[in-house]
Write a protein that binds this ligand. Structure first.
Ligand SMILES: [Fe+2]
Ligand SMILES: [Fe+2]
Length: 284
């Protein structure tokens, strides 16, 4: 941190080498130094990543190779697959607020899933503003939330966590969105993101099981469900344009079956996952 505010180093949130940053332009884009001072380390890292991604679309593009990405592994105190709720990426982790006795989805989003919340709110807001179906809007709202728990294979973790409480279509959309992110569909309005060229390396080829999943989903009658999640999967970060969770209260009420006992206590076979999110400080 220190006098440079921790944001002008040309290294992505994933610890990858990135092009030099025009620091003044970046800070101005956030709304100035005053706004910057109110941002958490995570928000700064996300903003930096989004800014660099944007810059890369106009500047001369340089991306690391898969070998360069892999060479970064032992430069971090955490592994890239772990959720931000469990591993501080900069400094120590903080104290967490208490959870209510019967926590709802909204409680989890407010009190535990901060690291993945804003991106999901923005995606859902975009889907809503485009007049998409409520199930797509909810899929967008939920799609990356469990990344606070686990980033690696997050489409599957997300789908599993929400499966008992949402429709099969929403589960399908969430489960497969992550794989569709690797496969462009320009007709549907989705291009391969430069962000991935940075995160995975420009010569990255998805492994066989991901290719097979794509093939299955591409031919599936519900293909457009996860595809629409990717189309609204925005990484823009604007601290001045906060999306309010209350905007989606009605949609959550209509499409998310909140268990009476509270998430984590309904006896479902994934209830422990909610309890892990609730109590990430528990040693066992
Ligand atoms: Fe995702
Ligand atoms: Fe996403």
């Amino acid at each position: 941190m220190g006098e440079n505010n921790g944001i002008d180093q040309p290294i992505s949130a994933q610890g990858l080498p990135l092009p030099a940053l025009d620091r003044r332009k970046f800070i101005a884009g956030l709304g100035g130094a005053a706004v910057l001072a109110t941002m958490t380390a995570e928000q700064k890292a996300d903003a930096l990543e989004a800014h660099l991604n944007e810059t890369l679309t106009t500047a001369k593009k340089t991306f690391p190779t898969v070998a360069q990405v892999n060479a970064q592994i032992n430069t971090r105190t955490y592994r890239r697959g772990v959720g931000k709720l469990f591993a501080g990426q900069e400094g120590n982790v903080g104290y967490l607020p208490d959870m209510p006795a019967k926590p709802t989805l909204t409680d989890f989003i407010r009190l535990r899933l901060e690291g993945s919340r804003d991106h999901c709110l923005q995606s859902a807001h975009l889907a809503k503003s485009r007049g998409m179906d409520e199930e797509i809007i909810l899929a967008c709202l939920l799609h990356d939330l469990p990344m606070s728990l686990m980033r690696s294979e997050h489409g599957f973790w997300s789908a599993q966590l929400f499966e008992p409480y949402v429709s099969e279509k929403i589960t399908f959309a969430i489960r497969h969105h992550a794989t569709l992110r690797f496969f462009p569909d320009e007709k549907a309005g989705y291009e391969y993101p430069d962000l991935y060229r940075n995160m995975y390396g420009e010569d990255y080829v998805p492994p066989a099981h991901v290719q097979a999943e794509y093939k299955m989903v591409r031919a599936h009658r519900w293909y457009m469900l996860p595809r629409l999640v990717t189309v609204n999967d925005l990484y823009s970060f604007d601290p001045n344009a906060k999306v309010d969770l209350r905007e989606f209260e009605d949609i959550i009420g209509r499409h998310f079956r909140q268990p009476r006992e509270g998430l984590g206590f309904d006896g479902s076979n994934i209830a422990h996952m909610w309890r892990s999110i609730s109590n990430p400080d528990s040693p066992l």
